[in-house]
Design a protein around this ligand. Structure first.
Ligand code: NAD
Ligand code: UDX
Length: 471
């Protein structure tokens, strides 16, 4: 099938690359010229395991192209994905201006032939109909512009005879197809989804095409485990699909806040939250995933999506209590590393603290809303000198948003002269650092494990005073 993906960030690029890998002809559109040049050369502008490989093979096969030209993309695609960012505004509301610009751009370039316009971006509930309206606006604006010279030479009151609404046949449907991939395993998640959600107010034509698009994934042709039943496809109305995305993220974020609250109680009563999580997670009604206590959830999705849902509820006169509590537990949890450093070192002013990891989770270069940023800000405010080592940020030099921190090139340089280390991100390679050497390089070998990732006896044997979260 012919597909166009507009917006090639973590979601758009992975979607475009994976859809081309399964046999579709995909044109990816982005308005960032530098990014497009890089992608045309087969390089991924983001760090995502396995992505460069499938990009390169799809480019070679001619099934994956990149452009800044939205008109070319819209003309090519029978299915047009909107995958631009929807960051949070200062009041927590979702900023939909990029979605609006793209929907307008689609409208003003829409010619004949049926199209499915897919909201892949996480958009506020009700956006499906709104996107439809903006696309129609875009068409009307173009018709108005095209009509202008003709009418003007006809010499008559242009404004009076301008088309006020779309004329002609523009046949399209809007579908909501929320994305559930996780950064760091985005390619795996795309080929091995738990479900595919398709929301539409016209259940026949667009859903049939979307099912055809995803058929190889639904049939698990590209899945790691091929023998399981097909991927469930959940077909809903537009608003329900939009709500599913927010509800899923809000549930997972709340689950993490729950276990973090339990961890804080464990800390006080002398229980071990890792054992508690195992004990409750084996109850199939609870499930073992997303029960990892630590310094809180971050990233480009949970914080903004929970805030947006709270904001939407407010708009409709409903004050959320549980979700607000999940956010406030998380805000407090982000300070737990600083609190534990204060308990261990007392005064932080003039002390040097080394952070192991900066990104909001391992296997990504994404620093958006990373808990590390709060830790750095608070340590700097308390007068500590902050250093950090992150396997990807230290390598790539992508330090956007990082101030008040010295980024070291390896873990031993980080440890040198530190009064304490704090593990912020559970990168796999942190399991095999030379902790004996690192402990010797430190002023005081204290380690706060903000992710309960390291083995306490091993760390103690290496010479550290080990302090976890809720253990
Ligand atoms: P991103 O910021 O990484 O990428 C957005 C891309 O859109 C950028 O490359 C930008 O240059 C491009 N863009 C912006 N305006 C454009 C325009 N007018 N025309 C063409 N390109 C334009 O965003 P992301 O993290 O991929 O998120 C995209 C959407 O997917 C968001 O709504 C997000 O909530 C949702 N989502 C993200 C994730 C994730 O893990 N990142 C997971 C699920 C859903
Ligand atoms: C999340 C959703 O999982 C995904 O479905 C959605 O599409 C985008 O948002 P992502 O943000 O990439 O994905 O990572 P995720 O693995 O969910 O982790 C989010 C945050 O929660 C991270 O900061 C992580 O460290 C934290 N987390 C996760 C915990 O603190 N404990 C856990 O048990 C799991």
């Amino acid at each position: 099938m012919r597909v166009c993906v507009i917006g090639t960030g973590y979601v758009g690029l992975v979607t475009g690359a994976c859809l081309s890998h399964i046999g579709h002809h995909v044109i990816c559109v982005d308005n960032n010229e530098a990014k497009v040049k890089l992608m045309q050369a087969g390089q991924s502008p983001i760090f995502e395991p396995g992505l460069s490989e499938i990009m390169q093979s799809s480019i070679q096969s001619g099934r994956l192209e990149f452009t800044t030209d939205i008109a070319a993309g819209v003309e090519h695609g029978e299915i047009l994905f909107i995958a631009v960012g929807t960051p949070a505004l200062p009041n927590g509301e979702s900023d939909t201006r990029y979605v609006e610009a793209v929907a307008r751009g689609i409208g003003s370039n829409l010619k004949g032939g049926y199209k499915v316009i897919v909201n892949k971006s996480t958009v506020p509930i009700g956006s499906g109909d709104w996107v439809r309206m903006i696309v129609l606006d875009g068409i009307a604006e173009r018709q108005k512009a095209e009509a202008q010279p003709v009418l003007a030479t006809a010499g008559g009151g242009v404004d009076e005879v301008m088309p006020s609404a779309v004329t002609g046949d523009y046949d399209f449907d809007v579908v909501s197809n929320p994305e559930f991939l996780r950064e760091g395993s985005a390619v795996f998640d795309t080929f091995n989804p738990d479900r595919i959600v398709l929301g539409s107010n016209n259940n026949d034509r667009p859903i049939k095409l979307m099912k055809e698009l995803y058929a190889p994934i639904v049939e698990r042709q590209f899945a790691e485990v091929k023998s399981v039943p097909p991927v469930p496809v959940v077909v809903t109305d537009l608003s329900s699909a939009e709500m599913i995305k927010y509800a899923a993220n809000a549930f997972l974020a709340t689950k993490i806040s729950f276990i973090n609250e339990v961890a804080n109680i464990c800390d006080r009563v002398g229980a071990d939250v890792s054992q508690v999580a195992k004990g409750i997670g084996l109850d199939s009604r609870i499930g073992s995933k997303f029960l990892q206590a630590g310094l809180g959830w971050g990233g480009s999705c949970f914080p903004k999506d929970v805030s947006a849902l709270i904001h939407t509820a407010d708009d409709y006169g409903y004050e959320t209590q549980l979700l607000k509590a999940a956010v406030s537990v998380n805000e407090r949890q982000r300070l737990i590393v600083v609190e534990k450093l204060q308990q261990a070192l007392k005064i932080l002013k003039g002390k040097t603290i080394g952070l192991l990891g900066l990104t909001f989770k391992p296997d990504t270069d994404d620093l958006r809303d990373a808990p590390a940023l709060n830790v750095i800000e608070n340590l700097a405010r308390l007068g500590a000198k902050v250093k950090a080592y992150d396997p990807i940020i230290s390598q790539t030099g992508m330090r956007h948003g990082l101030s008040d921190v010295i980024v070291e090139t390896d873990a031993e340089r980080l440890a040198d002269g530190c009064d304490a280390l704090a593990l912020i991100t559970e990168w796999e390679q942190f399991l095999s650092l030379d902790y004996i050497k690192m402990a010797k390089l430190m002023n005081t070998p204290i380690l706060i494990d903000g992710r309960n990732f390291l083995n306490q006896p091993v760390m103690e044997e290496a010479g550290f005073r080990y302090i976890g979260i809720g253990r």
